[in-house]
Design a protein around this ligand. Structure first.
Ligand SMILES: [Zn+2]
Ligand SMILES: [Zn+2]
Length: 209
Protein backbone atom coordinates (compact mmCIF):
# COMPACT_ATOMS: atom_id res chain seq x y z
CA UNK A 1 0.00 0.00 0.00
CA UNK A 2 3.02 2.30 -0.32
CA UNK A 3 1.28 4.07 -3.24
CA UNK A 4 -1.33 5.24 -0.73
CA UNK A 5 0.74 5.83 2.40
CA UNK A 6 3.59 7.76 0.73
CA UNK A 7 1.37 10.44 -0.95
CA UNK A 8 -0.78 10.62 2.21
CA UNK A 9 2.37 11.16 4.30
CA UNK A 10 3.52 13.89 1.88
CA UNK A 11 0.16 15.69 2.13
CA UNK A 12 0.26 15.25 5.91
CA UNK A 13 3.70 16.89 5.98
CA UNK A 14 2.42 19.81 3.88
CA UNK A 15 -0.53 20.25 6.25
CA UNK A 16 1.85 20.16 9.20
CA UNK A 17 3.77 23.07 7.65
CA UNK A 18 0.60 25.17 7.34
CA UNK A 19 0.18 24.85 11.11
CA UNK A 20 3.88 25.63 11.71
CA UNK A 21 3.50 28.73 9.50
CA UNK A 22 0.65 30.00 11.68
CA UNK A 23 2.21 28.96 14.99
CA UNK A 24 5.62 30.49 14.32
CA UNK A 25 4.22 33.70 12.91
CA UNK A 26 1.68 34.32 15.65
CA UNK A 27 3.08 32.82 18.83
CA UNK A 28 6.80 33.16 18.22
CA UNK A 29 6.90 36.13 15.84
CA UNK A 30 4.26 38.48 17.23
CA UNK A 31 3.68 37.25 20.78
CA UNK A 32 7.49 36.97 21.10
CA UNK A 33 7.62 40.81 20.99
CA UNK A 34 11.22 40.85 19.76
CA UNK A 35 12.52 38.64 22.60
CA UNK A 36 13.70 35.81 20.31
CA UNK A 37 15.72 35.94 17.05
CA UNK A 38 12.76 34.86 14.88
CA UNK A 39 10.56 37.57 16.39
CA UNK A 40 13.23 40.23 15.81
CA UNK A 41 13.56 39.19 12.17
CA UNK A 42 9.79 39.20 11.73
CA UNK A 43 9.28 42.60 13.35
CA UNK A 44 12.04 43.97 11.07
CA UNK A 45 9.94 42.75 8.12
CA UNK A 46 6.94 44.61 9.55
CA UNK A 47 8.92 47.82 10.02
CA UNK A 48 10.23 47.61 6.45
CA UNK A 49 8.25 45.26 4.21
CA UNK A 50 11.15 45.18 1.72
CA UNK A 51 13.24 43.44 4.39
CA UNK A 52 13.28 39.63 4.25
CA UNK A 53 15.36 37.38 6.50
CA UNK A 54 18.57 36.42 4.63
CA UNK A 55 18.27 33.05 2.86
CA UNK A 56 21.29 31.54 4.64
CA UNK A 57 19.54 31.96 8.01
CA UNK A 58 16.41 30.26 6.66
CA UNK A 59 18.40 27.38 5.15
CA UNK A 60 20.26 26.94 8.45
CA UNK A 61 17.04 26.75 10.50
CA UNK A 62 15.32 24.46 7.97
CA UNK A 63 18.33 22.10 7.95
CA UNK A 64 18.44 21.87 11.74
CA UNK A 65 14.68 21.16 11.93
CA UNK A 66 14.94 18.55 9.16
CA UNK A 67 17.87 16.76 10.84
CA UNK A 68 16.09 16.75 14.20
CA UNK A 69 12.70 15.65 12.84
CA UNK A 70 13.79 12.99 10.37
CA UNK A 71 15.11 10.23 12.71
CA UNK A 72 12.06 10.06 15.04
CA UNK A 73 9.68 10.24 12.02
CA UNK A 74 11.50 7.43 10.21
CA UNK A 75 11.50 5.42 13.43
CA UNK A 76 7.76 5.95 13.96
CA UNK A 77 6.43 5.81 10.38
CA UNK A 78 9.08 3.84 8.49
CA UNK A 79 11.65 5.16 6.06
CA UNK A 80 9.28 5.85 3.11
CA UNK A 81 6.53 7.62 5.04
CA UNK A 82 9.00 9.39 7.35
CA UNK A 83 10.93 10.88 4.44
CA UNK A 84 7.64 11.73 2.66
CA UNK A 85 6.36 13.68 5.69
CA UNK A 86 9.57 15.73 5.81
CA UNK A 87 9.51 16.20 2.01
CA UNK A 88 5.87 17.42 2.12
CA UNK A 89 6.71 19.77 4.99
CA UNK A 90 9.75 21.21 3.16
CA UNK A 91 7.94 21.51 -0.19
CA UNK A 92 5.09 23.45 1.38
CA UNK A 93 7.58 25.57 3.38
CA UNK A 94 9.40 26.53 0.15
CA UNK A 95 6.02 27.24 -1.48
CA UNK A 96 5.25 29.58 1.42
CA UNK A 97 8.60 31.41 1.07
CA UNK A 98 8.05 31.94 -2.67
CA UNK A 99 4.44 33.05 -2.19
CA UNK A 100 5.26 35.47 0.64
CA UNK A 101 8.01 37.12 -1.41
CA UNK A 102 5.79 37.37 -4.51
CA UNK A 103 2.91 38.83 -2.48
CA UNK A 104 5.18 41.76 -1.74
CA UNK A 105 6.91 42.09 -5.10
CA UNK A 106 4.39 41.04 -7.79
CA UNK A 107 0.76 41.93 -8.56
CA UNK A 108 -1.95 39.26 -8.20
CA UNK A 109 -2.79 37.21 -11.27
CA UNK A 110 -5.84 35.26 -10.07
CA UNK A 111 -8.40 35.00 -7.27
CA UNK A 112 -6.04 33.14 -4.91
CA UNK A 113 -3.25 35.71 -5.37
CA UNK A 114 -5.75 38.52 -4.87
CA UNK A 115 -7.03 36.92 -1.65
CA UNK A 116 -3.51 36.14 -0.33
CA UNK A 117 -2.37 39.74 -0.85
CA UNK A 118 -5.38 41.36 0.85
CA UNK A 119 -5.16 38.85 3.71
CA UNK A 120 -1.45 39.51 4.25
CA UNK A 121 -1.42 43.29 3.79
CA UNK A 122 -4.34 43.68 6.18
CA UNK A 123 -2.08 41.88 8.68
CA UNK A 124 0.89 44.14 7.80
CA UNK A 125 -0.82 47.52 7.78
CA UNK A 126 -3.99 47.31 9.88
CA UNK A 127 -4.25 44.39 12.30
CA UNK A 128 -0.94 42.60 13.02
CA UNK A 129 -2.76 40.50 15.64
CA UNK A 130 -4.96 38.94 12.91
CA UNK A 131 -4.45 36.95 9.66
CA UNK A 132 -1.25 35.12 10.61
CA UNK A 133 -1.61 32.45 7.94
CA UNK A 134 -0.01 33.39 4.61
CA UNK A 135 -0.78 30.43 2.36
CA UNK A 136 -4.21 29.65 3.83
CA UNK A 137 -6.84 30.99 6.24
CA UNK A 138 -7.36 27.56 7.89
CA UNK A 139 -5.55 28.17 11.18
CA UNK A 140 -6.75 31.77 11.47
CA UNK A 141 -10.27 30.34 11.28
CA UNK A 142 -9.47 27.67 13.90
CA UNK A 143 -7.91 30.19 16.34
CA UNK A 144 -10.40 32.98 15.54
CA UNK A 145 -7.86 35.44 14.18
CA UNK A 146 -9.41 35.63 10.71
CA UNK A 147 -10.73 38.88 9.24
CA UNK A 148 -11.42 39.41 5.54
CA UNK A 149 -11.57 43.18 4.94
CA UNK A 150 -13.38 44.72 1.96
CA UNK A 151 -10.68 47.36 1.53
CA UNK A 152 -7.11 47.37 2.85
CA UNK A 153 -5.63 50.71 3.92
CA UNK A 154 -1.97 51.00 2.88
CA UNK A 155 0.33 53.74 4.21
CA UNK A 156 1.58 55.58 1.10
CA UNK A 157 5.22 55.45 2.20
CA UNK A 158 5.05 51.64 2.64
CA UNK A 159 3.02 50.85 -0.49
CA UNK A 160 4.07 47.90 -2.67
CA UNK A 161 5.41 49.12 -6.02
CA UNK A 162 2.94 46.94 -8.00
CA UNK A 163 0.02 48.68 -6.28
CA UNK A 164 0.87 52.15 -7.52
CA UNK A 165 0.13 53.66 -10.92
CA UNK A 166 3.34 55.58 -11.74
CA UNK A 167 1.32 58.17 -13.71
CA UNK A 168 -1.01 59.17 -10.88
CA UNK A 169 1.03 58.06 -7.84
CA UNK A 170 -2.20 56.55 -6.48
CA UNK A 171 -3.56 52.98 -6.35
CA UNK A 172 -3.69 51.56 -9.90
CA UNK A 173 -7.24 51.21 -11.24
CA UNK A 174 -7.02 47.40 -11.29
CA UNK A 175 -6.63 47.33 -7.48
CA UNK A 176 -8.75 50.34 -6.50
CA UNK A 177 -11.61 48.11 -5.29
CA UNK A 178 -9.30 46.39 -2.79
CA UNK A 179 -6.85 49.06 -1.54
CA UNK A 180 -6.72 52.74 -0.57
CA UNK A 181 -3.60 54.75 0.12
CA UNK A 182 -3.35 56.58 3.40
CA UNK A 183 -1.01 59.54 3.46
CA UNK A 184 0.69 60.97 6.54
CA UNK A 185 -1.70 63.44 8.12
CA UNK A 186 -4.77 61.72 6.61
CA UNK A 187 -5.63 60.06 9.93
CA UNK A 188 -5.37 63.35 11.82
CA UNK A 189 -7.50 65.10 9.20
CA UNK A 190 -10.10 62.30 9.41
CA UNK A 191 -10.21 62.63 13.22
CA UNK A 192 -10.64 66.40 13.00
CA UNK A 193 -13.38 66.05 10.38
CA UNK A 194 -15.19 63.58 12.64
CA UNK A 195 -14.89 65.96 15.59
CA UNK A 196 -16.26 68.89 13.55
CA UNK A 197 -19.14 66.72 12.29
CA UNK A 198 -19.97 65.63 15.86
CA UNK A 199 -19.84 69.22 17.14
CA UNK A 200 -22.12 70.35 14.31
CA UNK A 201 -24.52 67.50 15.02
CA UNK A 202 -24.74 68.24 18.75
CA UNK A 203 -25.11 71.96 18.01
CA UNK A 204 -28.03 71.30 15.67
CA UNK A 205 -29.51 68.82 18.18
CA UNK A 206 -29.41 71.38 20.99
CA UNK A 207 -30.78 74.06 18.64
CA UNK A 208 -33.79 71.89 17.74
CA UNK A 209 -34.40 70.86 21.39
ZN1 LIG B 1 5.00 40.08 4.65
ZN1 LIG C 1 3.49 39.45 11.04
Amino acid sequence: MWWLTIPAAFVGGAFLWSFAEYAMHNWRGHKGKGKNPFSREHLAHHADSDYFTPTYKKVRTASVITLLALPPLVWAAGIGAGVAIVAGFLASYIGYEVLHRRIHTHPPTGPYGRWARKHHFYHHFSRPNLNHGVTSPIWDAVFRTLEQPDVVRVPARKAMSWLIDPETGDVADAYAADYVLVRRGDKRREREARKTRKAAQSASASASA
